[in-house]
Design a protein around this ligand. Structure first.
Ligand code: HEC
Ligand code: HEC
Ligand code: HEC
Ligand code: HEC
Ligand code: HEC
Ligand code: HEC
Ligand code: HEC
Ligand code: HEC
Length: 417
């Protein structure tokens, strides 16, 4: 072999190695780091294109527990039974992903979620049974009586389609019925590609929906001692701790998830945030839930991980007094409005008279807020966003009712002549 041919062979070999190195370096981590051929095919190919198109998607996936455990793009994106599919650059992918794309690997969690008010009752709150199968309604009613077997909300008609689609539905679609027969979405709390437990434990995640005057949970939390401590000590908390081994060493300050979902110090984790609630606080007049004793014991057991029994019982005793007080104010206001209807002073469908709104705001904003504030440490919400506006609206209601009765009497008098 001549020197020339050896030189060429060496040069070509070197060029090939360098080329391979450069090509490899340009490829996404997920392709080069992953061991199996299937994985390289399913995630590498997807990532190769999508890292150029939507870098954030691939990057977030790469940081997720899924990437570390070898769950690939196609594991989630392949169509499951009942889903529409389409050809996509040599793969078949689903056109719309749902909880059905997660349940294959997380069935028990899906079942817990399904029993909660985050599932069918969230949808039922707007549309009643519409869109749900009789089986779905029957299933949910076993766990959340009255949650789905009810008429659509009056605002569906009063406000109309686009207000529903871009308003109510954005929050309540956490329990939307999907075309594949499943209910809801898991990504409201975990996001699509981070699949993160840390994200789900942050108060701001729940606050996407749990905010505003009718359910001021984040505002209450932020001003509570818990919220203040969370803001101050967040960097010392281990928000990413494994749920099955979560202790008060990881989370010594509670977030929404700690009280409503986590299994701290060996307690049971749940995807049913209704599980530890003893009252129907969102209702105009609050009643105890069917399982109230068990549920309250479960919540108090969470508090006990950080507090003494006397402190906890004190909170519940005072809060239950606020519930009783609020119920009495709402019932008194309701009696005024019901009286007007009974005597024919008020007529027409719901929400067609200004006084309907006065009464609605009284229980829906102020009443609810006072009850939520009392249980979750928001004194300002019990008083200035709760009892004070209830008092103010009660006075206004009486005033309006008297004026309406007077006007009615005058017109009745005129009609009789
Ligand atoms: C050859 C490049 C390429 C490959 C390989 C590829 N995609 Fe895409 N993908 C695209 C382009 C380009 C778009 C945008 C096309 C469009 O808007 O119609 C897209 C759009 C999408 C969308 C948006 C949904 C939609 O219908 O608009 C999803 C989801 C998706 N890809 C997932 C995947 C997954 C999962 C894989 C691997 C199984 C994959 N892609 C492989 C190029 C690719
Ligand atoms: C844990 C499951 C899961 C994995 C793993 C996953 N995805 Fe997704 N992806 C989703 C979900 C859920 C959506 C939302 C789809 C929908 O709304 O129908 C989505 C949406 C997308 C979109 C559309 C994004 C947008 O905002 O328009 C693209 C593109 C995409 N995925 C690509 C990928 C690629 C590439 C990979 C792998 C690197 C991947 N996905 C891995 C669950 C996943
Ligand atoms: C192919 C199976 C598979 C699919 C599909 C899948 N997962 Fe996972 N998921 C896993 C595995 C495996 C783990 C890691 C479990 C472990 O570490 O013990 C995991 C872990 C998780 C975690 C915990 C992450 C952490 O930081 O501990 C979350 C949250 C999660 N998945 C959500 C989802 C969601 C939401 C979907 C649907 C959009 C989904 N998964 C789809 C298999 C899957
Ligand atoms: C910002 C997100 C958001 C929007 C928008 C929203 N809701 Fe809600 N809704 C919630 C949350 C969160 C709760 C839970 C309140 C609680 O339990 O304290 C709730 C509770 C309810 C309830 C009481 C619970 C029940 O099942 O009876 C009804 C009814 C309801 N919403 C109907 C509607 C209607 C109708 C609309 C639109 C006119 C709407 N919501 C808009 C987030 C929202
Ligand atoms: C209301 C918000 C919310 C929704 C919706 C939600 N999750 Fe979670 N999920 C959480 C929280 C919070 C945790 C962490 C609990 C804790 O602190 O230990 C979690 C934990 C997990 C884990 C880790 C569990 C473990 O034991 O390692 C998986 C897996 C998971 N979720 C999957 C799902 C799936 C699948 C769905 C849909 C059926 C879903 N999640 C819907 C909030 C949510
Ligand atoms: C995408 C919107 C959304 C997100 C995100 C969300 N929720 Fe909800 N949540 C709702 C809606 C809507 C309801 C009302 C369900 C109903 O109609 O009763 C609700 C109800 C609840 C209830 C009351 C259940 C009952 O039985 O009355 C609790 C507790 C709750 N959510 C806790 C949480 C926690 C904790 C998180 C965060 C880890 C969270 N939610 C995240 C929309 C959301
Ligand atoms: C320290 C524990 C704790 C924290 C933190 C906490 N909650 Fe609560 N929450 C409670 C208690 C206790 C109740 C009332 C329980 C009952 O009915 O027995 C409650 C009630 C609720 C309700 C009312 C459900 C109904 O009946 O209408 C919702 C919704 C809710 N919490 C959501 C949240 C959200 C969202 C956050 C975070 C922004 C949060 N909670 C933070 C303990 C907590
Ligand atoms: C993970 C630990 C943890 C859990 C669980 C927890 N708390 Fe707390 N709580 C704290 C911390 C930390 C403080 C601030 C203590 C301080 O001032 O030093 C606090 C403060 C309070 C305070 C204010 C005390 C005061 O006088 O300033 C009340 C009331 C309270 N918690 C009630 C509850 C109730 C009720 C529950 C259950 C529904 C609960 N907490 C669950 C950690 C927790």
């Amino acid at each position: 072999m001549s020197f020339r041919s050896v030189f060429i062979a060496v040069a070509i070999a070197f060029a090939l190695i360098l080329g391979a190195f450069l090509v490899n370096r340009a490829r996404p981590n997920v392709e080069t780091r992953q061991p199996t051929a299937d994985f390289v095919r399913a995630s590498g190919k997807c990532a190769e294109c999508h890292a150029r198109l939507q870098y954030s998607v691939v990057h977030e996936y790469e940081m997720s527990a899924h990437a570390k455990k070898g769950v690939n793009c196609l594991d989630c994106h392949q169509p499951t039974q009942g889903q529409q599919k389409k050809d996509h650059h040599g793969f078949v992918i689903g056109t719309h992903l749902t909880a059905g794309n997660c349940r294959g690997c997380h069935e028990q969690i899906y079942q817990e979620f399904l029993r909660s008010r985050h599932a069918a009752p969230s949808w039922g709150a707007i549309y009643g049974e519409k869109g749900l199968t009789p089986e779905q309604v029957n299933f949910s009613e076993q766990y959340q009586p009255g949650g789905t077997r009810r008429p659509p909300h009056p605002f569906v008609v009063a406000e109309g389609g686009s207000a529903m689609a871009s308003g109510c539905e954005q929050c309540h679609s956490i329990g939307k019925p999907n075309e594949d027969g499943t209910i809801g979405t898991c990504t409201a709390c975990h996001s699509r590609h981070t699949s993160s437990v840390e994200l789900a434990r942050l108060p701001t995640t729940c606050a996407q929906c749990h905010m505003g005057p009718d359910h001021s949970q984040i505002e209450i939390y932020d001003e509570s001692k818990h919220g203040v401590m969370f803001a101050a000590q967040r960097q010392f908390l281990n928000l990413a701790a494994d749920p099955s081994r979560l202790t008060t060493r990881d989370m010594f300050v509670p977030t929404c998830a700690t009280c409503h979902m986590s299994g701290i110090n060996g307690l049971k984790v749940t995807h049913d945030p209704s599980d530890r609630l003893s009252w129907y606080l969102a209702n105009a007049v609050s009643e105890k839930r069917p399982n109230s004793l068990r549920a309250q014991a479960a919540m108090k057991q969470v508090c006990t991980q950080c507090h003494t029994q006397a402190l906890i019982d004190g909170v519940y005793t005072r809060a239950e007094q606020v519930v009783a007080g609020t119920n009495a104010r709402v019932l008194a206001a309701r009696a005024i409005v019901d009286g007007l209807r009974k005597d024919g002073v008020l007529a027409g469908p719901p929400f067609s008279n200004p006084i309907d709104f006065l009464y609605f705001d009284l229980w829906h904003y102020d009443g609810r807020t006072s009850k939520h504030g009392a249980f979750m440490g928001g004194a300002d919400f019990v008083q200035w966003h709760g009892n004070y506006p209830m008092l103010q609206k009660t006075v206004e209601l009486k005033h309006e009712a008297d004026a309406l009765r007077a006007a009615h009497a005058r017109s009745g008098h005129a009609a009789g002549e």
